[in-house]
Design a protein. Structure first.
Length: 263
């Protein structure tokens, strides 16, 4: 069954606890019906529309999907679970309400971010900055994506089409503005190499590479983009997230020269 609309929803550590009648809740209207996040109450019940939950695994760079059958009231292959700070994508065949209990445990921070896509959320019921979500400041070149309200199909998520709002952290600030995730809203944090400040100094090409600390980075060069033959210029594992790179060759000796960064 084709499902829509699609939205990002929150998963947090406190949802591992059973929901009691006295527990405070925050509810986001989507805009009618009722749906409670796994771990709070039994989902296998009448009233929940046909639903798909997509979880992203950055280590494998792939999604898994759990499907809820609104006729048989079962999840396949199984009812979805979650870990602290993990976001997910929800697609429903009808309207639904998403409810999140007030957190009763401290957030598990900082989050571990991987190169590429990270689908994450704040572990508290607050409008959340990057620091609230991740537990540490962003490094230059970090991109954050929020799904547009009323947007359509978010896939393929790796290309971030017109259904996403993009923010870039560089030079000590966010552009176009500081992103604030709403209560119950997950976001995509995209970790990828970014080159800046390219300049020819003393006849040699130099530039800065912004990349996540602790991951091996390879800088390659080629003298043509027509059937390019990429050669390794340098390989390093940044500690601070910013590395200055110099090509030892005199640039004037080459009619063309191109560079790329790989994680």
């Amino acid at each position: 069954m084709k499902t829509n609309p699609v939205l990002l929803a929150l998963m947090e550590v406190s949802l591992l606890l059973p929901l009691s009648l006295g527990a405070a809740q925050f509810c986001t209207n989507v805009p009618a019906g009722s749906y409670l996040v796994p771990g709070t109450i039994d989902l296998n019940r009448p009233g929940l529309p046909a639903t798909q939950i997509y979880k992203y695994f950055p280590v494998y760079r792939s999604f898994s999907v759990c499907n809820f059958d609104d006729i048989d009231l079962v999840w396949t292959p199984s009812q979805p679970g979650h870990i602290p700070g993990e976001g997910f994508i929800v697609a429903t065949a009808g309207n639904a309400m998403f409810c999140f209990p007030e957190p009763t445990q401290s957030p598990v921070l900082p989050l571990t971010l991987y190169p590429g896509i990270n689908l994450v959320c704040c572990q508290s019921n607050i409008p959340a900055t990057y620091e609230d979500i991740v537990g540490k400041a962003p490094v230059p070149g970090t991109r954050l994506y929020r799904m547009k309200k009323g947007g359509g199909d978010p896939f393929p998520i790796s290309y971030f089409g017109t259904n996403w709002v993009s923010y870039l952290y560089l030079n000590g600030g966010w552009s176009p503005t500081t992103p604030i995730a709403g209560v119950g809203e997950a976001v995509v944090i995209y970790i990828t190499p970014l080159t800046q400040n390219a300049a020819i100094i003393n006849g040699r090409m130099e530039f800065d590479v912004y990349s996540p600390a602790g991951y091996q980075m390879t800088i390659e060069r080629s003298d043509s983009l027509n059937a390019p033959q990429w050669q390794t210029l340098t390989t390093f594992t940044p500690g601070s997230g910013v590395t200055h790179v110099t090509d030892p060759d005199q640039i004037i000796a080459h009619a063309e020269r191109y560079y790329r960064a790989r994680l």
